[in-house]
Design a protein around this ligand. Structure first.
Ligand code: GTP
Ligand code: MG
Length: 456
């Protein structure tokens, strides 16, 4: 179809026609209802609140069942998000309910980044949905939608107003999710204190520009109840999993040591019923719709703009996916080339640096080698000198030794000649020996002499 044909149809006037009788398209809403019922529903609740503030108890009370709950310790080093999904059925309606708890919230000494894991979790669910939407083969019909539809923010009743952790967290989350603030364990404060606390909390939220979820008043059917309920925010709730016999009936209630109880279903006792009505019976679909149409839409728009997509280009030409893709691809290639060049330059510099370092080391080694060589030659020369001296000494010694041995020989010969007197013999022998000893001062004279001659 040519573009001109589209314009022709667009300008064509619409005409109203009267029907002659019942044709059946008035059953379209019923068709929608039955299709939705067959498909089932997803509802995801995020419970943000300090450890032990009553999140799990309230969830159990709200759905009148017992979810698997694990108590959190107060020693988590950071906030963690723990999602749990349950399949619930009421009449013929199937609900896939995901309850996400913040484990360790408010337990760190430095609470500055406590909101970050929560924000990241919410964004991650949007991202998953967007990825599914952008797939070529997408299956949104049976996709398990994990986007958070409602954030119940639990405020501790102990205190005069909101803590800065509460304010910062709600402020960071308010553009991402529908927030309903609740004052938990409302049975621990008196009625007067509770009223004052509610007023204080609301005025602090307004003065800090925190946008909390407002029950919609556009639909006439629910306008009255919703507008009246808006004035009860934040809801003061009490949770309990215990059944207490009141009259003939067993009801969910908290029983106190002084034998009194507070009944969850009694609107004079707490706002639990109001919360349940607003959350599940009246505004569940609005919460789902707001999540998709407001929060997810904002996320999607920002994300696509960040990726370079835009609806119109500066010349007001219509948006072309192909052109955007080409532009983005070109941008990416330029960036890639720049990074490649940067890395190459880095590599060259690194090689040059290493080369210079190696050269320096080589020079050092060479100098050392030369020095050692010089020392070695010097030592060799000294040793040669010493060897020469020793040889000379040895020669001299040998000469003296020969002379000494000759003298010794003569002396021994003398001893074997017959002497007239023993005295003469002894005298001659000792003279010769002392001459030989003088010649051979290191010679082992005593050893040899003792063998042949007995010196007096
Ligand atoms: P973690 O999951 O460990 O962070 O705790 P939680 O926020 O889920 O609190 P949980 O529901 O486990 O409740 C903690 C304690 O508070 C339990 O002993 C509950 O009985 C008690 N509790 C819960 N709700 C209320 C309430 O409305 N009033 C009072 N007085 N006590 C409550
Ligand atoms: Mg819990």
């Amino acid at each position: 179809m040519a573009a001109n044909d589209v314009d022709v149809f667009a300008n064509e006037e619409k005409r109203n026609l009267e029907l002659g009788g019942h044709v059946g398209f008035d059953s379209l809403p019923d068709q929608l209802v039955s299709k939705s019922v067959a498909q089932g529903f997803c509802f995801n609740i995020l419970c943000v609140g300090e450890t032990g503030i009553g999140k799990s108890t309230l969830m159990n009370t709200l759905f009148n069942t017992t979810f698997e709950n694990e108590e959190a310790s107060h020693y988590e080093s950071e906030v963690q998000l723990r999602p749990q999904t349950f399949d619930l059925q009421e009449s013929n309606v199937n609900l896939k309910l995901t309850v996400v708890h913040t484990v360790g919230f408010g337990d760190q000494i430095n609470k500055e980044d406590s909101y970050k894991p929560i924000l990241e979790y919410i964004d991650a669910q949007f991202e998953k949905y967007l990825e599914e939407e952008l797939k070529i083969k997408r299956s949104l019909y049976n996709y398990h939608d994990t986007r958070i539809h409602i954030c119940l923010y639990f405020i501790a009743p102990t205190g005069h107003s909101l803590k800065s952790l509460d304010l910062v967290t709600m402020k960071k989350l308010d553009s991402k999710v529908n927030i309903i603030p609740v004052i938990s364990k409302a049975d621990t404060v008196s009625k007067g204190e509770l009223d004052k606390l509610k007023i204080k909390i609301m005025s602090e939220l307004v003065s800090n520009g925190v946008q909390i979820y407002q029950f919609p008043t556009e639909d006439e059917a629910v306008a009255e109840i919703n507008s009246s309920m808006n004035s009860y925010l934040p809801f003061a709730v009490v949770g309990s999993v215990d059944d207490v016999k009141v009259g003939n009936k067993m009801v969910k209630a908290r029983l106190y040591p002084w034998d009194q109880y507070r009944v969850m279903e009694n609107e004079n006792h707490c706002d639990f019923v109001k919360l349940r009505e607003m959350l599940l019976r009246v505004n569940m679909e609005d919460l789902r719709e707001q999540t998709h149409a407001r929060h997810y839409e904002l996320y999607r728009r920002c994300k696509l703009e960040e990726m370079g997509f835009k609806d119109t280009d500066p010349d007001s030409q219509s948006f072309s996916l192909q052109e955007t893709y080409e532009a983005k691809r070109k941008e990416f290639l330029v960036e890639l080339q720049r990074k490649e060049e940067e890395m190459r330059q880095m590599f060259v510099n690194k090689v040059k640096e290493t080369e210079a370092e190696l050269k320096e080391k080589e020079k050092e080694l060479h100098d050392r080698f030369e020095q050692l060589k010089r020392m070695h030659q010097e030592e060799k020369k000294n040793l040669e000198e010493k060897r020469r001296e020793l040889e000379e000494e040895m020669n001299a010694f040998n000469r003296r030794k020969v002379a000494a041995e000759t003298l010794m020989g003569q002396a021994l010969q003398g001893c074997s000649q017959p002497f007239k007197k023993d005295k003469d013999k002894k005298k001659l022998t000792c003279q010769t020996v002392s001459q030989a000893g003088a010649l051979l001062f290191t010679y082992d004279w005593s050893h040899r002499c003792s063998h042949h001659v007995q010196c007096g």
